[in-house]
Write a new protein. Structure first.
Length: 104
């Protein structure tokens, strides 16, 4: 399965800029678990880090983020919520009070 790209970035195919709603872009102050939770509420998990990579690119975060998430038990977007931040992907969003579980 190929890695999907994040909507709204100029280096991505025109199809994404045209077909993805602007609401799929990470907010400037939106934390990783809040963004991934919001995206999974609207889209199914595709068994990849699609939304993590979108957030990472928008926030120009450290390149080792995906490696760190894998070392802490996440192998796709939904596992970021379940295994790293201990959030239920099917539960309604709540105010941001996240921290990795078990001090990870």
């Amino acid at each position: 399965m190929g890695t999907k790209v994040c909507p709204g970035f100029p280096e991505e195919p025109e199809r994404w800029r045209r077909d993805e709603p602007a609401g799929d872009r990470p907010g400037p102050a939106e934390c990783l678990p809040c963004y991934v939770h919001r995206m999974l509420a609207a889209h199914d998990c595709d068994q990849d880090f699609r939304w993590v990579r979108c957030w990472q690119r928008a926030h120009r975060d450290r390149p080792e983020l995906v490696g760190w998430l894998k070392r802490h038990g996440a192998w796709c977007d939904c596992e970021v919520l379940l295994n790293v931040y201990d959030l239920d992907a099917d539960a309604p969003p709540r105010p941001c009070d996240h921290g990795p579980v078990n001090g990870r």
